[in-house]
Design a protein around this ligand. Sequence first.
Ligand code: GLN
Ligand code: ZN
Length: 768
Amino acid sequence: MSIASILGYPRIGRSRELKRALEGYWSGRLSSEQLLADTAALKADRWRQQQAAGIQHIPSNDFSLYDHVLDTALTVGAVPARFGWSGAAPELDLMFAMARGSKGEVEVAPLDMTKWFDTNYHYLVPELAADQSFTLASRKPIDEFLEAKALGITTRPVLLGPVTFLRLSKGPAQGGSTLGFLDRLLPVYAELLSELRQAGATWVQIDEPCLSQDVPVEVLEALEHAYQKLGQAAPGLNLLLASYFAGMGGNLATALALPVDAVHLDLVRGASDLDPALQLVPEGMALSLGVVDGHNVWRTDPDQALGQIQRAVAKLGEDRVLVAPSCSLLHVPVSLEAETGLDQELRSWLAFAEEKVAEVCCLARAGHGSPEVEARLAESREACADRRNSPRVTNPAVRARMARVTPDQFARPGDGPGRRLIWRKGVSLSPLPTTTIGSFPQVPELRQARAKLRRGELDQSHYEQLMKAEIRRVVRFQEEIGLDVLVHGEPERNDMVEYFAEQLDGFATTQQGWVQSYGSRCAKPPIVFGDVSRPHPMTVLWAVFAQSLTARPVKGMLTGPVTILQWSFVRDDLERSQTCAQIAMALRDEVADLEAAGINVIQIDEPALREGLPLHRTEQPAYLRWAVDSFRLTAAGAGAHTQIHTHMCYSEFEDIMGAIAELDADVLYIEAARSGMSLLQAFADHGYTNEVGPGVYDIHSPLVPSVEEMVARLRKAASVIPLDQLWANPDCGLKTRGWAEVEPSLRNLVSAARQVAAELTAVSPASS
Ligand code: GLN
Ligand code: ZN
């Protein structure tokens, strides 16, 4: 039999126990002892479950109270000076301060947070000082190994490898390489490996996902250098080197030449790695085959997976083959058991973490005469065939419509400056117009109303009344403070993607399908299982109601096709580009309905456009092409008298400026408050002629921005972007904030815009 293994498991627990424990501790309801006891129980549960399922290499140290990159920084003692760390074993509150900031006498800013490769998991970015030294500061990997051992389970500790750790860290010099720290860091890893060996570990998994990226040769040399050292650090300890999220391609030869005992391949994203790996694998090295998709929710087709496994077994023998998910199961929900709302058939097509663990065990034991294993495999085979042949996944009307799409459907009439003239004739705007990004605070009453509607304690018409009362309130408020273009505030939206998924055909939503986003935050991505279409309007009612309350323009508010795609689990039986185009077409219908109902500004949010960029550079242009086309297909249904706005946040945009310009959105609201407006230069350099609304109010901070600071940002913006192309707005939606902050912040924003507009129109006779 091959060896059943997994690279990592969800941390949150079946009912988000981790979230409750963390938030209990942060609010002071739970002591640190209680937090640790609750999470110890969670860990023990996971280990026992994996053991019972038959996993042979069970991971430890894949659990984290907040984030595994932060854990690694603490393990090696990389704590920035501002946290005043004494050098003693790091305490819980130090970790949480690094994750979330701390408010003592002086506020200490947390580490930056950013996306973990192309997933929706966010990690904290370690910071390294010029004189950075490293020590084995936290013993978490060893402690967790011993914790499992005390339960009678010998685990395979998981470490983030030194090279990837350094690549994910921020060094003292802007943009400089951090690999220069490697020699200082390696002794700590060596010490850690040796301690793990002494504690009884026989295998350690070291993750170096940078092997799945296009990396400069220095990185490959750094890996060679590092593993020459680490391969000798602990005699008797076997190292499994893991990379994932894409094939290793050209880096495969380097990986397989490292002095490690096993290499993990992501065969879901990088199936073409298998043949060269079987050619190159040295005598004695084992291969871990990532045949179960750890990044998506579909049940594994056993024939495809077994084909790959058998090829490897034929060459290496069973004891040199590990069967595994493609990556950590961190990125899928915990268990299908709670999904009683999904119909039986759809459920049978899916596998969440628990089910994937069972799949791995079955695949590793296949062909050894176990009737139970063979029965399960047969069941999977049948479910996959059922899915392939189901009339639910293909909608002939959608296919026919998509086949009829013509090039002119991607182009808006005229150009940005021309459309601006047409639109501005019909409305009166301040010289530097103000608006918001869409949502207003999601106060508990709104969430409660939705929960009651779901439980049947509130009927639809009462629910609508409550939402309309809220819309009335926010429209009045916006009029009162003098915003130019208003929003309805999105009170009816649980989530900017799920709201649409619930109404689109081809999508399913789950009850408990939570996936960790960062710390205690979880998201519940919908599942696209079939061709997508829109049976009825989704947002028109609310937009029209809001517009009926005011003479000022109200924006219709849509989530864009790329973001809906990116934040969902997407089918694996159709190209992503095609699913995206189908979503775009459904949204295009919504644009048409909004326009017909008299809404003449429509905002199509694409915060996830940048994050969909493939890891490999060669694949990036094709992605940007279809992503931009999808947006344009959605937007281009609108006439010249309708303004299309968009919003992006959470990422760096300089490198996709060309694509952003091609969206041809009339106004682009972009997160810029944090980057000190430096982004705007890129627009100026690019010769961007449409309008831009740089976020001047950082909504991620609870602080109320002063008029002066926003004036300073707007002046800076106006020094690069002509005044008649400039808007003033917050840098994202306000749903996570409270009214106590939002109200004064927006008042200040309007004042700041008025002040800057007055300054600039006074000195520039051309614009008067
Ligand atoms: N319109 C959305 C909102 O305001 C945009 C959210 C986002 O960019 N993440 O909430
Ligand atoms: Zn945003």
